[in-house]
Structures are given as C-alpha cells and as structure tokens.
Ligand binder design. Structure first.
Ligand code: GDP
Length: 337
C-alpha cells in the first residue's frame, strides 16, 4: 500500500483484516488520517468521542466527529486546527452585530453541517446514521462511528463547581483547575452496536488508541457500558500512541490536567492510565528513556505528526508493532490479566 506521498512501504494487516481506532478530535484525527491512508477501503472503523457534543444556537454540534470527518475529507483547517478550510465568517459577524451569542465560532460552511445534522436528528435519525451518511458524502474510505447515539456530556469539576465541557474548553480556555472529570449520561447510554460489532469481528487485527487526550477524549468512550468489556474480550492487540512528546502535550490541556490531577506528565503515566487494557505503547524518540517503565512493550519512533508523510509513517509503525505483538513476540494483556 502506498501513502499519498508514496512513502509508506511497511507491512500492513492482511487485506481482509480490520482495524478499529478510538479517537477524539485534532490529535486523534491526525493518526486516523494516517491509518485511513495506509489501509484499504472498509478496513478502518473509527470510534469517536461524543462527550464534547453540545447545543449552541439551537444547533447540535459534535466537535470531535466533525474534526474527524473534515480531516479525513481533506477539508480541515490546517492553521487554526479546527473547523473547515476555505472558511468565511459572515454569519458570525452578522450575529455579533445583532448582539447574539458568539463565544463558539461557527464558520459559514461549517454551519451548513450543523444545520443539516440538527434537522436530521430532529426528524428522528440517529447520530450514527447521520454521521455515516456525511462520511459517504465526504467520500471517506473509513467507517466513522459516534461512541453512542445517546447524549453523554463530559463535565469538568473545578474548585468553583462543575462546568459543561465547552464552557471549560472554549469559553474559559481551559483556565480553571481541574479536580475531577465525569461523563453525565454515560452509565445510561448504550454503546454504538457497530463499534461493539467491529471489536468482536474475528477479522480484527488491531485496536489503535489514537494520541488523543486520555481524560477528555478516550475516557468518555471507555465510560459507555460495553466498550471496555469489548476491548477486554478482543484477542486483537490494543496499542496506544502516547499524546506526550518530549515530556509535554503537543497541544491542548492534557499536560495541564495531568499536573492538576497530581500526575507526572510522561508516557509512563499515560500507560498507567490504560493499565490492564493495552498490550503496547508507541512513544516518541524524545521519550525513549520511558520505554523500560511502561509495564507493556514499547515501540519508540517519531510520533510528532506534522506532514501527511508523518501520519502515514506513524500509522504504518503502529500497525507493524501491533502485528509483532499479535505474532507473540511480546506478552499480551489477555495473558497478563
Ligand atoms: P481534541 O479533542 O481536539 O483536544 O483532540 P484529541 O483529544 O484527539 O488530541 C489532543 C491530544 O493530541 C493532545 O494531548 C496532544 O498532545 C496530542 N497530539 C496532538 N498532535 C500530536 C502529534 O502530532 N503526535 C502526538 N503523539 N500527539 C499529538
């Protein structure tokens, strides 16, 4: 298989095999794009966090799903890191002039997606159905699945009380000190049956936990009943890519939250967070010293994804590492449990 830049020549899973990736927004979507590029049509299923979803201006917004859709469609804004490329802001400017709520920015093209999704959800379609159709319309080769079709809301607990996720993340720019994080509605939600089905597929060759924020992006997925159990049951190797590079988060509040929760900011702590679930961890060259202390086998490589080539190379390395784990060269979580 060849990447868009023709640079990937590493071993892939057999053509009939399947890979599941768990993913949040910007950091996770970078690796999801790499995986989509090195895998064939229909091989990749991406389970996406919906704990960030909220209603704004009467519209149903799913920030992580949209980031994944736009990124895989080649429509994401590479400079801002969120929203669509070739965006204009007439709606927001007009709204501001009217004194409307404008703390969350919706570009004109982006707005179309929210309006259409909201219409279809209100007409009774599920978030999965709408997302699947959007993915098809964007021409994606991967299957994109919300973790659940029921509402789950990430709550950020601070000394001043609990904040809805977007109030913390966007309105307050992650400034409040986090004391705890919870996922309202998760216990009552049902996992997306297609995600559980993919995890139980005998053709599954690897589960990849993308380098998303473990606390804000992956934990909500794991909090939905059935997901963790499905991961524990799968014989396929589960590999996580650390979001820590050089002892720091590449972007966003991961390192800040770890500090506030009293955790050291390193890949060892990320591995401890996923202890019992993962079979291996991919860490950056700059954190190679951590590789002996993860409690699971490590693969050390460049994990910073700046170019399309970086994303494809990392995706290839992750899949090769998973294959090595699967071939029994290294101990597995099922054997450790
Ligand atoms: P969000 O929902 O938009 O905040 O995105 P995610 O939760 O998916 O990703 C945020 C995490 O991605 C942060 O902890 C970053 O450190 C990590 N991240 C972003 N870019 C990279 C990268 O190129 N390599 C690695 N290893 N991690 C990255």
């Amino acid at each position: 298989m060849t990447s868009p830049e023709g640079s990937f020549a590493g071993p892939n899973p057999a053509p009939a095999s399947r890979v599941v990736a768990l993913c949040g927004g910007v950091g996770g979507a970078k690796l999801a794009l790499g995986l989509e590029s090195v895998l064939a049509q229909g091989q990749l299923t991406i389970g996406v966090n919906t704990g960030d979803d909220f209603e704004f201006l009467g519209l149903c917004i799913s920030p992580d799903l949209d980031t994944v859709l736009y990124t895989l469609a080649g429509l994401s804004d590479p400079v801002r890191g969120w929203g669509r490329c070739d965006e204009s802001w007439n709606f927001m400017a007009a709204l501001e002039q009217l004194g409307g709520e404008n703390w969350f920015s919706l570009g004109d093209r982006d707005l179309a997606l929210h309006v259409e999704r909201t219409r279809r959800l209100r007409a009774g379609e599920t978030l999965s159905a709408v997302t699947g159709d959007l993915a098809r319309r964007f021409g994606l080769r991967a299957e994109v699945l919300p973790m659940t079709d029921q509402p789950v809301h990430t709550l950020i607990h601070t000394a001043e009380g609990a904040l809805p996720f977007q109030d913390y993340f966007v309105k307050l720019r992650c400034a409040p000190c986090v004391t705890d994080i919870s996922f309202s509605g998760a216990a009552e939600a049902s996992a997306n049956p297609a995600l559980i089905g993919a995890l139980a597929d005998p053709k599954l060759s690897a589960v990849v936990i993308c380098p998303s924020n473990p606390f804000l992006s992956i934990d909500p997925i794991l909090a939905v009943p059935g997901v963790r159990a499905a991961l524990e049951r799968t014989p396929a190797p589960i590999v996580v890519v650390s979001p820590i590079v050089g002892g720091r988060a590449v972007k966003g509040p991961t390192a800040k939250i770890m500090g506030e929760l009293g955790l050291a900011v390193n890949s060892k702590m990320i591995a401890a967070h996923y202890a019992g679930l993962i079979d291996g961890m991919v860490i950056d060259d700059s954190d190679a010293a951590d590789s002996e202390h993860l409690g699971v086998p490590a693969h050390v490589t460049r994990t910073l994804m700046r170019t399309a080539g970086d994303k494809c190379k990392l995706a290839g390395a992750v899949l090769s590492f998973a294959r090595a784990l699967d071939e029994g060269a290294m101990p597995r979580h099922t054997e450790n449990a």
